[in-house]
Design a protein around this ligand. Sequence first.
Ligand code: GAR
Length: 208
Amino acid sequence: MKNIVILISGRGSNMEAVVRALDAEGWPARIAAVISNKPEAKGLEFARARGIPTAVVANKEFATRAEFDAALQETIDRFDPDLVVLAGFMRILTAPFVEHYAGRMLNIHPSLLPLFPGLGTHQQALDAGEKEHGATVHFVTAELDHGPVVAQARVPVLPGDTEDSLSARVLVEEHKIYPYAVRLFVEDRLSIEHGEVRIRETRDGAPA
Ligand code: GAR
């Protein structure tokens, strides 16, 4: 039984997708905690309502990134995580923190990485005239929005798209690929070899 700790900063819809999939599909895992850097994060309400332990480590209360990351790490580690899932966690993390969770921390980013790291990805895709956009699940490494890719989903960019319409189309796919990727991890079907992700498919070739 693997312990998953999920970090959020806001709405938490990806966290919700992971929690729902775990429950519906009976993964060999439990959500040990949902932790937010913002006390007002909407997603905390969902977690509390499901009886999932929650914690807040408010970055506002720390003078430096290093102090915040140290407090966050201490809180996460109280829950003995096998996997840390960044689900709309909008903080840049320090290298020692990332190193501590090397090979056991995943992130979802709303673009087809390596395209458009950072913020404002949907507008960036529109401004660049992309025909396709999407989302990426990747292992977290010290370089922001880099790291071995586990899964990507693509959506078309349609005429007349706005940031809102495009982000909504991408979000539907995020809610599929993040549970898929987390499930691969908890089923021990993910490995990193020479910096690349290897996925062990099930015997019938199905991804999950
Ligand atoms: C998601 O679109 C996620 O990909 C993005 O924030 C949103 C969070 O939504 N993450 C990032 O931009 C990380 N750099 P959610 O709180 O409803 O899951």
